[in-house]
Design a protein around this ligand. Structure first.
Ligand code: PLP
Length: 405
């Protein structure tokens, strides 16, 4: 008989991963065992303020009671049917998500990358069936420094060599233009263009907020050119920027919206393509699908997420606390911070490279009990749960000041 396994320390667990887990990540050396709200606790019982929030998958914090309750209730009733049959949760999820976004139809998927892939397929189908692009000629215009996920098609139009190199050959039909450059976009769009696919704020690139007028310009240009505006709001959407959607900052409604991350409430992967009826209506039975997409557990959690957003409370918190975040970062500018970009509770902070890489700053913050993630070089990203309190946010800014000044 083997002895019962003794609980292992953080150090032992990190070492145990080494030989058996693919090395596609380089996590901070913290092993999380439980979490609630804005706080996580490691194996040894040390507590950390979570200023990453699962890359915005945890907009409502860890284990939000309303979301956990919705999941529990659904777990006790029905979890999966496949789309071979209807389930009693999907209609309400689609109705309420469409109403929340101001669009007509929903295509439920699971991960963000799947929503992007599905959006690309729908845009191409629309180009052939509705716009009349000759078969096989449809193009999609994307922005440099984009991040849309990790599938072979998606990394094929990435400009990040680490994400791309070694994974070709890639899917043709994409044109890359500089972000935040309407003239370049205009020059790239032609009769074969199915869609312009952009992030309204580029998250992984370092929270790059485009100039005022860019999103409205993309809307105007795509309408004039007769192609679709596909907005990837997988990270920027669902309250993060102080509005339900980041495109609302310019009163813009895209033709197709890609959602994910927070749509699953940090509990299950839930993503969706949400779009105008003329666009999503091109799909016929058998042309696209997903075994798990729209499953009753995902629909129940997704509906509970939409319900939280219908109150407007989280958008309001992100906007109000965003002022505190911006003020704190302004105060640190010139004192270790060389620049930052922020909208709502979301910021990309450039740290003086003389003080360390983003990774080193993240490690120092970890030792101060604050978890963040670096993006490129000396940039760190702050994206706390939208449930964070002003006091918690101030303490995170205090920790940042301590490691920088
Ligand atoms: C995270 C992200 C994705 C990919 O989502 P996954 O769930 O990791 O596949 C796509 N687009 C944007 C903007 C993202 O931030």
């Amino acid at each position: 008989m083997t002895a019962p396994a003794r609980p292992r320390t953080s150090e032992q667990l990190i070492r145990a991963e080494e030989p058996v887990l693919a090395h596609n990540y380089h996590p901070l050396p913290v092993v999380v065992a439980r979490a609630e709200g804005s706080w996580v606790e490691d194996v040894e019982g040390n507590r950390y303020l979570d200023m990453l929030a699962g890359y915005s998958a945890l907009n409502f914090g860890h284990r939000h009671p309303a979301l956990v309750e919705a999941a529990h209730r659904q777990l006790d009733r029905l979890t999966l049917t496949s789309r071979a049959f209807h389930n009693d949760r999907l209609a309400e999820f689609a109705e309420r998500l469409a109403a929340l976004t101001g669009l007509d139809m929903v295509l439920p998927m699971n991960t963000g990358a799947e929503a992007v892939e599905s959006g690309i397929k729908v845009a191409r189908k629309w180009a052939y069936d509705v716009k009349g692009v000759p078969e096989g000629r449809a193009t999609i215009v994307v922005a440099a420094e984009n991040f849309h996920g990790r599938t072979t098609t998606i990394v094929g139009f990435s400009t990040d060599e680490t994400a791309r190199a070694g994974f070709g050959p890639f899917t043709p039909g994409f044109k890359v233009v500089p972000y935040n450059d309407l003239a370049a976009l205009e020059a790239a769009v032609d009769d074969t263009t199915a869609a312009v696919l952009i992030e309204p704020i580029q998250g992984e690139a370092g929270v790059i907020v485009p100039d005022d007028g860019y999103l409205a310009g993309v809307r105007e240009l795509t309408r004039r050119a007769g192609c679709l505006f596909v907005a990837d709001e997988i990270q920027s959407g669902l309250g993060r920027t102080g509005r339900t959607l980041a495109v609302e900052h310019e009163d813009v409604l895209p033709d197709v919206l890609l959602l994910g991350k927070a749509l699953g409430g940090g509990i299950v992967p839930v993503s969706a393509v949400v779009g105008r009826r003329e666009v999503l209506g091109v799909l016929r039975p058998g042309e696209h699908g997903s075994t798990f997409g729209g499953n009753p557990l995902a629909a129940a959690v997704g509906t509970a997420v939409v319900e939280l957003l219908e109150t407007g409370e989280f958008q309001r918190r992100a906007a109000e606390l965003g002022v505190l975040l911006r003020d704190g970062l302004t105060d640190l500018t010139g004192r270790g911070v060389t620049g930052f970009r922020a909208r709502g509770l979301w910021a990309g902070v450039d740290v003086d490279p003389a003080l360390g890489t983003g990774r080193e700053i993240s490690e120092r913050l970890m030792r101060e009990g604050v978890l963040v993630k670096d993006t490129h070089g000396s940039t760190i990203r702050l994206a706390p749960p939208l449930t964070i309190t002003a006091e918690e946010l101030r303490s995170a800014l205090g920790a940042l000041e301590k490691v920088l000044v």
